[in-house]
Design a protein around this ligand. Structure first.
Ligand SMILES: Cc1cc2nc3c(=O)[nH]c(=O)nc-3n(C[C@H](O)[C@H](O)[C@H](O)COP(=O)(O)OP(=O)(O)OC[C@H]3O[C@@H](n4cnc5c(N)ncnc54)[C@H](O)[C@@H]3O)c2cc1C
Length: 552
């Protein structure tokens, strides 16, 4: 059968777009086959906060942060915990990625018009020792324009290449099978789905209209992870994170269905590290949902008090923002799928950020004026206040006894004893009388405020939580929220897919989340954050360049 293009890419998310634009730049003809409608171009990245890891960036230096590739690599290793034979390629990709994030990445993006917000975030702070999990320094650079701002340069380049006849999009084309001639993967087969006029992010129909089959010299799988398929998430759930949650909310749209990973496996690919995943523990049900079971992640500052379902405060160092998977394992050990933040208006105002482009209209809309107003006044951002008012997981009361009663009513489990919660909060509040303390979380607050970014916008001035001046009191029921797939299709540094014997499969490549962000899991067990979009950029670029050479 005749070839429809030099290369077929399955998936028009960020990783697919990056690979496509690199190929088009090299003069190759690309067909992008995407199951969703044109409105969903950019996939998950559009919805993202656009947080990116750069190492030793001008923004870090301006804030007085001393970072280096050595420090970042040490942090990466302490976080990833690579310990398997199949970590050979993931580790190589991780090392190359850290070097990229410390060198070319920022300038490469800047040349396409990408910019970042000057105040950095400090994600995954760890709390163990210097060799353990976490970022030693703030490295989370938010794209000015959030998710749409990271998609835009690649969409623009892809549209230009489309005009030149180098890129062709086939939307509503769902791939069901990879085709092979001899040992060479050289085609895709699937179904054209019925048109769907739903807005971006809304689940679309799967009504089949007619079959299709396309051929090319190489196929790049850029189909994303499994987070929208809770059944798959539960099936791959590792014992080390406790039992799989019965109830979760979805941090990703329904198209993150994981199907294509199995389809690629059926064509001979090896899937590695499927038990490694990155789900959040601060999920709240979206009061205004877009996709099924839509949850939003709170990006919390360090001051909220964290209690399990039975009202026991989390042990150190599991305070907000320290160690996502440590917190997840802890919650699952309690026998309940939820936990609680208790805080007050001063803390929500300063410390609650919500992940997602639509939850940050000021930064997404690139409005300096609105963004500068964040620290002013007593209220949180519009979206945070809207959640406080409408969110089903929020309880807001003027005194602690009423608050705990509201929490018991909300959960229906009636597990919380107001006197015991009061005892724990008063004990914590007493630790604020001196500038030093034995309470690890209070130490973490003092430490955070030594970083200017946290002091200005992310960490409330230490105060007694029960002080009425800082009220009302707020409790938030936190759900487990599915998001990222850390394992995936095993690849080499050029994103070429490997089979069970570790041999390269001719013509087959995988990028982005489908490939565990490169190599089949460049994060290992845990992530430093801002590295997922980065993994899509890096693996998409590597694949685009390598495939351009291979199909020359
Ligand atoms: C709300 C939110 C916030 C986030 N914030 C950040 C952040 O700040 N920093 C960060 O680093 N990461 C963040 N992420 C994660 C990051 O956005 C994703 O990991 C990344 O965008 C995945 O890109 P991808 O191209 O690999 O996959 P996707 O974006 O999932 O794209 C895959 C595409 O493939 C298509 N597809 C799948 N199967 C088929 C098939 N069989 N046939 C045809 N097409 C198919 C899908 O429809 C989809 O369009 C966030 C994610 C979300 C949802």
């Amino acid at each position: 059968m005749a070839e429809q293009a030099d290369v077929i890419i399955v998936g028009a998310g960020l990783a697919g777009l990056v690979a496509a634009t690199e190929l088009a730049d090299a003069g190759r003809r690309v067909l992008i086959v995407e199951q969703e409608s044109e409105r969903n171009l950019g996939g998950q990245a559009f919805w993202s906060l656009g947080g990116l890891m750069f190492i030793d960036s001008p923004e870090q230096r301006r804030m007085g942060i001393k970072d280096s590739p050595e420090l970042a690599w040490e942090d990466w290793l302490g976080t990833a915990g690579f310990d398997r034979e199949e970590d050979y390629w993931p580790r190589q990709v991780a090392q190359a990625y850290v070097a990229f994030a410390a060198s070319e990445k920022r300038e490469w993006l800047r040349a396409m018009g990408h910019r970042v917000f000057p105040v950095l975030g400090w994600a995954e702070r760890g709390g163990y020792d210097a060799c353990g999990h976490g970022n030693s320094v703030p490295r989370f650079h938010i794209t000015w324009g959030t998710g749409p701002g990271i998609v835009e340069p690649f969409e623009r380049r892809a549209r230009e290449a489309e005009k030149q006849g180098l890129i062709r999009f086939c939307f509503r084309h769902r791939v069901d099978e990879l085709l092979t001639t001899g040992e060479h993967v050289d085609g895709v087969r699937g179904q054209v789905l019925a048109p769907d006029s739903a807005e971006r992010g809304i689940k679309t129909n799967r009504d089949e209209q007619e079959p299709f089959e396309y051929r090319a010299q190489a196929i790049i799988v850029a189909s994303g992870g499994i987070g929208g398929n809770h059944e798959l998430v539960r099936r791959n759930w590792p014992e080390r994170l406790g039992r799989p949650p019965k109830r979760m909310v979805s941090g990703v749209p329904a198209h993150v269905d994981g199907r294509m990973i199995g389809i690629t496996e059926a064509a001979g690919a090896r899937v590695i590290n499927p038990d490694r995943m990155w789900h959040y523990v601060e999920g709240i049900q979206n009061w205004n949902p877009i996709w099924p079971m839509h949850g939003i992640r709170i990006l919390p500052g360090p001051s909220s008090l964290w209690f399990d379902a039975e009202g026991r405060r989390f042990p150190a160092p599991l305070y907000p923002g320290s160690d996502t998977l440590g917190q997840l394992a802890h919650i699952q050990s309690t026998g309940y799928d939820y936990s609680w933040f208790i805080l007050n208006q001063s803390i929500i105002k300063r410390e609650f950020a919500l992940s997602g482009s639509e939850q940050n209209p000021d930064i997404t809309g690139k409005s300096w004026l609105q963004t500068a107003q964040r620290p002013i006044g007593r209220k949180g951002t519009g979206p945070v206040e809207a959640f406080k008012e409408h969110g089903v997981d929020f309880v807001v009361r003027d005194n602690l006894e009423d608050l705990v009663r509201g929490m018991n009513e909300l959960s229906g489990d009636n597990l919380l004893d107001p006197a015991d919660i009061r005892r724990q909060i008063e004990a914590r509040d007493r630790q604020l009388d001196n500038p030093f303390t034995k309470d690890f979380q209070v130490m973490a607050i003092h430490n955070a405020r030594k970083f200017t970014g946290d002091k200005i916008v992310r960490t409330a001035k230490p105060h007694r939580i029960l002080d009425p001046k800082h009220g009302p009191l707020i409790a938030v029921r936190l759900n487990i929220l599915t998001r990222k797939t850390l394992g995936g299709l095993s690849t080499d540094l050029n994103a070429q897919v490997l089979n069970e014997q570790g041999e390269r499969i001719q013509g087959l490549y995988a990028v982005g989340e489908a490939a565990g962000f490169g190599g089949g899991g460049m994060h290992g067990y845990r992530a430093l954050e801002g590295t997922f979009l980065g993994g899509c950029l890096f693996s998409g670029r590597s694949a685009g360049r390598a495939v351009a050479r291979a199909v020359a």
